[in-house]
Structures are given as C-alpha cells and as structure tokens.
Design a protein around this ligand. Structure first.
Ligand SMILES: [Zn+2]
Length: 132
C-alpha cells in the first residue's frame, strides 16, 4: 500500500471531520491522506457534493485522474457512502462500525437496490481484505 504526503490527524474543517477508527489501527499502520474533499454545506442546501451525490468523487477523479472502476470506497453509511460509490462505479466496502450495522439492518431499505461488494467488521479488516 503506497501512502504519501502525511497530514496531521484528525482533520477538522467546519462540521466535517476525519478520524482514524481506532488506536489499534493507528498503532498498526501509518496512515496518511493525499488529500481531503469535504462538503461544507448543510444537508438542506441540496449541493452537488454531499453524498450520495457524487460531486466530491468527481472532483477527486478529475484532480487525480482516477478510474473508479479500479477504486474502492470504504464507508459506514449505505444511503450515502455506498450509493455514491455505486453511482461512480467503484467497489463498495461497508464497515460495520459507525452507522454500518444500522445500514445493514433498520436502514437497509434506504439503499435496498445496491449491494456492497464486501462487508468488513471495521476499517482495518476492510484494508486487510483489499491487500490480501
Ligand atoms: Zn456540499
């Protein structure tokens, strides 16, 4: 796994935040981000970038020349992360941490027409599955 250009974590911009999922993960892998694309809008603003809309994914693909048929999206929310990943044709990995278990049960109806490619216990297991 090639990871470069380390950023200090956690990153907080407005209401958005990026945090590593666990201390165990931090101890087992140096994780850095090349970039962060964060929607600064409220949910009711109907912007193009708030998932499940694909504005930020498209922006990232344009900036980094990404082919989403060769990319994976790891997320915990079926109705946003998995739907956005599906819309751009990326592999979808749902983690059961955060909202993940609810996404697989009581909120499954909100993304009923999409199947995750893999359901991981957590982010670390998702990464292990990807690199195996
Ligand atoms: Zn937005």
């Amino acid at each position: 796994m090639k990871i470069s250009k380390c950023s200090p974590l956690p990153i907080r911009i407005g209401l958005a935040k990026i945090r590593l999922p666990s201390q165990n993960f931090r101890n087992s892998l140096v994780l850095c981000f090349d970039d962060a694309f964060i929607c600064p809008h409220d949910q009711d603003e109907e912007c193009k970038c708030r998932k499940p809309r694909t504005g930020l994914l498209i922006e990232a693909s344009q900036k980094y020349n990404l082919d989403y048929s060769r990319c994976e999206v790891i997320g915990d929310v079926g109705s946003t992360d998995m739907l956005a990943a599906h819309a751009v044709g990326a592999m979808k990995i749902l983690v059961q941490t955060g909202w993940g278990k609810g996404s697989l049960s009581e909120y499954r109806y909100t993304w009923a027409n999409v199947e995750p490619d893999y359901v991981a216990e957590n982010f670390l297991e998702a990464v292990r599955w990807l690199v195996q």
